[in-house]
Design a protein around this ligand. Structure first.
Ligand code: SF4
Length: 310
């Protein structure tokens, strides 16, 4: 198999010796270095979010684009609390017993969207496996509140798998988001070690169901992280699997280890590799592809417009 990565994995024996010593995070290559904020817009965004007591995945997941996005006055809202019921080994979001849902949160998200003047909003949530519907109804209420206060807005949801329950997916679809995003995250072989409470096929099924059950009225979207040890042909197969599930939009970005307790980065994938994969994805029929080291599910999400794609 041809490696996606630009360096072969370290010799396992050498890696074992290194892990016995104090673990160190590798130095970031130039293409992953980000600028700190220089404008007051970053502080305005933070103050607004604090005032409305909202969580964002930007902060909770330690996103490297936090400075850039907030300085541009955008953010990705994370609803249903900041405690996740899963413990995916790539994700920085806290895993602990969740608190009850807050009934006024949908309205606060709607108000933040209005104050920020967003024309395209991305709403995600922690996985709430403690709730029968996985938090689907809370998504529905949030979408409805956002639309009521922000007419004409494009609403993108980045949802958990809801354990593939059709009725839970339907609850979200009933609110008619324009973009239904659910991340595959990694290739089939690595899924059990990267997100042990999820399955590769369940995620594909969720995407296929959302497309089918919406009557094709929405765009589906998914993303993969690179740098976890995947091979090029495995990435290409994952892309083909997503197209077979009729996924429309693809994001590819570099995995970054949020803390030393999370999975290590096996490689920093070069920008040229991301560019090549973008071409391959477009050849496969994805209608929009964002591929680059700093790309995340919601990074520059407004660059895709459902109106221009239909
Ligand atoms: S890329 Fe998404 S999660 Fe990251 S800072 Fe930007 S809006 Fe937030």
């Amino acid at each position: 198999m041809e490696a996606v990565l630009n360096r072969p994995p370290a010799d396992p024996a050498a890696r074992g010796a290194a892990s016995a010593a104090i673990p160190l995070r590798p130095r970031l290559p130039e293409w992953l270095k980000v600028q700190l904020p220089t404008s007051s817009a970053f502080t305005r965004t933070r103050t607004l979010l604090e005032d409305l007591k909202l969580h964002t995945v930007c902060e909770s997941a330690k996103c490297p684009n936090h400075w850039e996005c907030w300085s541009k006055g955008t953010a990705t809202f994370m609803i249903a609390g900041d405690r996740c019921t899963r413990a995916c080994r790539f994700c920085a979001v806290d895993t602990s017993k969740p608190l009850p849902l807050e009934a006024d949160e949908p309205q606060r998200v709607a108000e933040a969207t209005r104050r920020m003047g967003l024309r395209h909003v991305v709403i995600t949530a922690v996985a709430r496996d403690d709730l029968a519907d996985g938090g689907a109804e809370h998504f529905q209420k949030t979408i409805a509140a956002v639309r009521a206060l922000n007419p004409g807005i494009i609403i993108e949801v980045l949802v958990p798998d809801f354990l593939d329950k059709e009725w839970a997916i339907d609850l979200v679809l009933a609110a008619k988001p324009q973009i239904y995003n659910h991340n595959l995250e990694t290739v089939r072989r690595l899924t059990p070690s990267v997100r042990h409470r999820a399955t590769y096929d369940r995620s594909l099924s969720v995407l296929a169901k959302a497309k089918e059950r919406s009557g094709g009225s929405l765009h589906t979207k998914s993303g993969l992280m690179l740098g976890l040890g995947e091979q090029r042909d495995e990435v290409l197969q994952a892309m083909r699997d997503l197209r077979a599930a009729k996924c429309d939009i693809l994001t590819l970005g570099q995995y970054l280890q949020p803390t030393l307790q999370h999975l290590p980065v096996t490689e920093f994938v070069k920008p040229a590799v991301f560019a090549d994969l973008k071409e391959r994805a477009e050849e496969m029929g994805f209608i929009h592809v964002a591929s680059g080291p700093l790309v995340r599910s919601s990074y520059h999400a407004d660059e895709f417009s459902p109106a221009s794609a239909s």
